[in-house]
Design a protein around this ligand. Structure first.
Ligand SMILES: [Mn+2]
Length: 313
């Protein structure tokens, strides 16, 4: 029997690093009952996470397929809980534990362990659990953990950021021996913004979530330090990729949020009239040439998805 620690599909840095931190905890403290736990990923690392693993000389967790997970294996979901964020086809009866910071949406048959906190990253929760159990990450892991918190909280600027992210992040910076946290944040932002290797369709699906609102809605997000350049150079290609993706994913609405993480601003790319009506109802303002400026909103979870859900009702 194997125990897998798995982050969500299309993993971001938090979805890869929080399971690694938990694995360190479970390996050191046998009382959790998962001393054999293995971290796996369901999709390749994104450019930001790839950059970080290379920078710190750490080998990425291996990719797992559904077929490798045997019926007797146990699965711990990290940084997600909803079915549409899980490895497709994963048997929910094999989920034994969830550690997450997202809204809960799962109806499981068995009692499970559950640790959910409304904090800025799952890695913050993982470090909190490590501290509670006297496990100290080494310098490399601490560096990745700090990066995951900075990435998920957009350098502690996102609306999801709480004091625990800042305090535990500062402790991790010490363990990581990273004195210039702002400089490190900028480095991560630049890696996040490096979309040069992605096709327009990959850009639309690089970081997306599907929401089961009254109409099935996909919200993609591109975090960049070059919002205007991106919109000036790629808008037409992105719009046509959005049409393809809306069809492929079978969603009724699609939005692409282009978030400037330095300026703290999001512009929504509006594909057609039905999205325009909902977006303007949700955020106010007027769409201009397929772009709706929604101001200083950066968090899909807290500031973008909820108004769209309300507008749809
Ligand atoms: Mn996360």
């Amino acid at each position: 029997m194997n125990t897998y620690l798995i982050g969500h599909i299309k993993p971001d840095t938090d979805a890869v690093v929080a399971p690694m931190a938990l694995a360190e905890l479970f390996h050191k403290q046998e009382c959790f009952g998962y001393s054999d736990a293995e971290v796996v990923i369901t999709d390749p690392l994104n450019p930001e996470t790839g950059f970080l693993f290379e920078k710190f000389g750490i080998v990425a967790p291996r990719l797992v397929t559904l077929e490798e997970i045997k019926p007797e294996d146990r699965v711990i979901l990290v940084d997600h809980n909803e079915e549409n964020q899980r490895l497709p086809g994963l048997n929910p009866d094999q989920i034994v534990e969830i550690i997450d910071h997202h809204k809960l949406n799962c109806n499981l048959k068995n009692p499970i362990y559950l640790t959910c906190k409304p904090w800025g990253s799952s890695t913050t929760i993982a470090y909190y659990l490590m501290k509670q159990n006297n496990v100290v990450p080494d310098q490399k892991l601490a560096s990745l953990m700090l990066a995951a918190i900075l990435s998920d909280t957009v350098g502690f600027k996102s609306a999801t950021t709480v004091s625990q992210d800042r305090e535990l992040g500062a402790e991790l910076a010490k363990l990581a021996e990273i004195a210039d946290v702002e400089g490190f944040t900028l480095e991560i932002f630049k890696a996040k913004s490096d979309l040069s290797s992605l096709s327009p369709e990959e850009m639309v699906t690089n970081d997306y979530k599907i929401f089961e609102f009254s109409q099935k809605t996909m919200i993609g997000q591109l975090e960049t330090v070059e919002q205007n350049e991106l919109l000036a150079g790629k808008k037409t290609e992105l719009l046509s990729a959005m049409a393809t993706v809306r069809e492929k994913l079978g969603v009724s609405l699609i939005f692409l949020a282009i978030t400037d993480i330095l300026q703290v601003n999001t512009k929504l790319l509006i594909l057609s009239e039905k999205e325009q009506v909902i977006a303007e109802k949700a955020f106010g303002g007027t769409t201009d040439a397929n772009i709706l400026d929604i101001g200083a909103k950066m968090s899909r979870k807290k500031e973008i998805a909820p108004p769209i859900e309300t507008a749809l009702n």
